[in-house]
Design a protein around this ligand. Structure first.
Ligand SMILES: [Zn+2]
Length: 118
């Protein structure tokens, strides 16, 4: 096991973005899929903006390589709401997971209502 260097004074952000390739087709497809699922709206309660949309990793990119391109690990936020989460990602994990759970329950309700009308 490699020992973590604690004398590394480089800012966290640089390491964080170092290996992220926004042009990677898998990454851009993941972002498209999350936005489509969220109907191209910021998912922050009460915001619902459709401008400057970004996709947030609920479980952080840097710490969860296996979840980087998992649909359920992404949520659409506008750049303003996304900024308010920066640096506090861990605190927001369960909040965003709850939002997705509600979103799913809404979809089930919608589906059942449609079926009832058939
Ligand atoms: Zn927003």
């Amino acid at each position: 096991m490699r020992r973590r260097r604690n004398h590394n004074k480089r800012p966290y952000k640089r390491t964080f973005n170092k290996n992220r390739d926004y042009q990677d087709p898998i990454y851009s497809q993941w972002r498209k899929d999350v936005k489509a699922r969220d109907k191209y709206r910021c998912q922050w309660p009460g915001c619902l903006s459709d401008k400057k949309l970004q996709v947030h990793h609920i479980k952080m990119w840097a710490h969860n390589p296996g979840l980087r391109f998992v649909l359920a690990n992404g949520i659409t936020l506008c750049s303003r709401c996304h900024k308010s989460v920066k640096g506090k990602e861990r605190d927001f994990e369960s909040f965003f997971l709850k939002l997705l759970e509600w979103q799913m329950l809404d979809k089930i309700k919608e589906y059942n209502e449609k079926r009832r009308d058939l």
